[in-house]
Design a protein around this ligand. Structure first.
Ligand SMILES: [Cu+2]
Length: 207
């Protein structure tokens, strides 16, 4: 390799390195651990993140947009879907169910339907939907209809990790059906730096 070619190769290598680091500098990962006021982890809290510069709404998430009924329970119990999604309600039980919601984000009632049948319902408005069954009073399910691509629910350790966020100011909202907050949702403003950001949040619950 002659001298000019070596210098050119060095410049190209530096340019590539700069491009990688500049790109990494724009991306944040947010880890949130949600605990109640007794210090116990909260499972199935929904964490949504809203950057100052609004992100394009999501079209889908990695999990299916379905809320089954199995052993007289809604499964998965808490479901996150993008605004505008049609959610399937497959019935895996031997008995019939009749699902309803009185919530502002979606008022509907699905008449009785039986085993191995399914019904679906559209959710065009972002918000919180509480599901019930006309036959089984104890059945409770929740659908969180979101208009941000940054959304996930906490695991058994109360933990959630959201990747691919922009750096800078964001609003973090944490929702749980028993949260003692307006509309069961607490808001936290924070600023994300490049790479991993960890936040611990206390969300008091009604017990
Ligand atoms: Cu039922």
């Amino acid at each position: 390799m002659n001298r000019t070619a070596s210098i050119l190769a060095l410049i190209l290598a530096l340019a590539a390195l700069f491009a990688v680091s500049a790109h990494a500098g724009d991306v944040a990962t947010l880890k949130v651990v949600v605990k109640d006021n007794r210090g116990l982890p909260i499972q199935d809290a929904v964490v949504t993140v809203f950057p100052a510069k609004a992100a394009a709404p999501p079209t889908s998430f990695l999990w299916p947009s379905a809320m089954g009924q199995k052993d007289l329970s809604f499964v998965p119990g808490t479901l996150i879907v993008p605004k505008g999604t049609r959610v399937a309600f497959p019935n895996f039980d031997r008995v019939r169910h009749s699902i309803y919601s009185f919530s502002d984000a979606a008022k509907f009632e699905i008449s009785l339907y039986g085993r191995d049948q399914t019904r679906s319902q559209g959710f065009p408005i972002a918000g919180n939907v509480a599901l019930g069954c006309n036959i089984h009073d104890q059945m409770r399910g929740y659908i969180k209809v979101v208009d941000t691509p940054y959304a996930a629910k906490t695991d058994r350790e109360g933990r959630v990790v959201l990747d691919g966020l922009p750096t800078g100011a964001v609003e973090v909202r944490i929702w749980h059906p028993a949260a003692m907050a307006s509309k069961n949702e607490a808001d936290h403003d924070t600023v994300l730096g490049a790479g991993l950001n960890s936040r611990a949040v206390v969300l008091p619950l009604r017990r």
